[in-house]
Design a protein around this ligand. Structure first.
Ligand code: PHE
Length: 493
């Protein structure tokens, strides 16, 4: 039996799926912090510039490629030249690796949802998170044992992902109708709650007070580009796969603009929820906002539980809502990463979807077991760092080179212009061929220099290799191996 590819039910379901993938945990725990660190309100300038010169153009590029070829990343690159198929697999593998830990974070959320009912994290959420919950070991090499309820949470997350993509775009199109509006509604509730708390104004002042002198620092511009790539889920093969399910006469450009701006808007909005709450926390503890400032897992599992403890009423309801927010934000980003791989494998081997879905989900679940050990948080941290900085930059650079120079931006531009509401001009080619790769290469070199002088987070060299460089190189080799297998119809495209 061969799998039929199918199409999105409507334009809205496609846009919702794209927004669902783009809007994830990063909007809440990454953007507001990066904005604050890099000039507050002034950061919006490099952010918007990065959106216009790299984010939206690359989104159009990925949509254009997927739509033109009607194939997910691996076979879409194989259509260009067989020898580039590996690049599609590499993008997909980087995404799947990201998903291995995204799933664990969601697993934590399930457990924290239950903790919210009676605020079980107690008076000291930091100790609770590290000791009582994670049973964090002394270092990355000290794996200890598996924490069974985290393993269970991880399994639950994978079960959800498996069922969300069970019928491909048909099921995804339905799920996102819920998982996109729900977190936005919850965010609105948190903003209203946040800004009506004492101290909120100070928090917002921290977030947004512009420091224009920062605009002269190159690292601020790098941060803006990095954030845009990560936030739009570009470079993981997701957008190529999603666009490959668009009917022939679909709009591309306008869809890319709508999705990117929605993502940017939701990031900006999240800042209000996060910083008003931080302002309140500073107010109640009598410290300053910089003392309570946090990001990443620390913000979600330590700072927010502390804030929730201090809420004047309905604390556990807000706890429940907060972890629901994280779950609904994360799930559609999570399954988009898996769908990119599943669609790629189905295109190549025409294997029934349930089988591919089952194999990919199970394999990634097994890899994820490492994060459920006592050293899980360290592994999560190092793999996240390497894959979202290097993995992503590497795919982005290669994508721009292969599509910009080997295939030619003109062909994609002409294809996109045929069906789009508004037309893109030469400026788009310039963004793809010069601006985006230049920024990415710069980012890549900068991070490499930093790493050489100062190994990431002080992890030992062997861990930097196993969780970082070595793993990335292994992914490249694995991608090449996958590309060498014959496709089902034996076609050497
Ligand atoms: N864009 C997501 C976020 O902001 C992260 C992500 C990246 C999800 C790539 C899927 C693919 O959290």
């Amino acid at each position: 039996m061969q799998e039929k590819r199918g199409f999105w039910g409507s334009r809205v379901s496609f846009i919702m799926a794209v927004v669902g993938s783009a809007v994830g945990l990063g909007n809440v725990w990454r953007f507001p912090y990066i904005c604050y660190e890099n000039g507050g309100g002034a950061f919006l300038i490099p952010f918007v510039v990065a959106m216009l010169t790299a984010g939206i153009p690359l989104m159009i590029l990925e949509f254009g490629l997927g739509h033109k070829m009607g194939l997910a990343a691996p076979m879409a690159f194989a259509e260009i030249r067989k020898k580039y198929e590996w690049l599609g697999w590499f993008a997909v593998l980087v995404g799947l690796m990201v998903m291995t830990y995204y799933g664990v974070i969601m697993g934590w959320c399930f457990r924290y949802l239950a903790y919210s009912i009676n605020l079980q994290w107690g008076a000291n959420p930091a100790t609770f998170f590290n000791q009582d919950f994670l049973h964090l070991s002394s270092g990355i090499g000290d794996l200890g044992g598996i924490v069974w309820y985290i393993l269970l949470g991880l399994f639950l997350c994978w079960a959800c992902v498996f069922f969300c993509i069970i019928k491909g775009v048909d099921s995804v199109g339905k799920v996102v109708m819920l998982t996109v509006p729900v977190p936005v509604a919850i965010l609105v509730i948190f903003i209203i709650r946040g800004v009506t708390l004492p101290g909120a104004v100070d928090g917002l002042a921290y977030y947004l007070t512009p420091d224009f002198s920062k605009l002269l620092e190159p690292k601020v511009w790098l941060a803006a580009y990095g954030q845009v790539f990560f936030s739009l889920s570009i470079g993981f093969g997701v957008m190529i796969a999603y666009a490959s399910f668009l009917p022939r006469d679909s709009d591309i450009t306008n869809n890319a603009v709508i999705s990117s701006l929605s993502d940017a808007g939701i990031s900006f909005m999240s800042g209000f929820a996060v910083f008003s709450a931080l302002g309140y926390l500073a107010h109640t503890t009598g410290g300053s906002v910089s003392n309570v400032l946090n990001h990443g897992p620390g913000l979600a599992f330590v700072t927010f539980p502390t804030i929730i403890n201090n809420l004047p009423f309905w604390a556990s309801a807000f706890g429940l809502l907060f972890f629901m927010l994280l779950l609904t934000l994360g799930i559609d980003s999570a399954f988009s990463l898996v769908e990119a791989g599943v669609a790629g494998a189905i295109d190549k081997w025409k294997t029934p979807r349930v089988i591919v879905n089952g194999i990919v989900s199970f394999a990634a679940f097994i890899i994820g077991v490492i994060y459920t050990t006592n050293a899980g948080l360290y592994w999560l941290d190092i793999i996240d760092y390497y894959f979202t900085s290097y993995g992503l930059a590497l795919v982005g650079i290669l994508e721009c080179i292969v599509l910009g120079y080997v295939y030619g931006t003109r062909r994609i531009r002409e294809h996109v212009n045929k069906t789009s509401d508004f037309k893109i001009g030469i400026w788009w080619d310039i963004c793809i061929k010069y601006i985006t790769p230049a920024m990415l290469i710069w980012m890549f070199i900068q991070t490499a220099r930093e790493l050489i002088s100062n190994p990431y987070s002080g992890y030992p060299a062997w861990a930097q290799c196993v969780g970082g460089w070595g793993l990335l190189i292994f992914m490249i080799v694995f991608a090449i191996v996958l590309s060498l297998f014959k496709s089902r119809d034996g076609k050497e495209i």
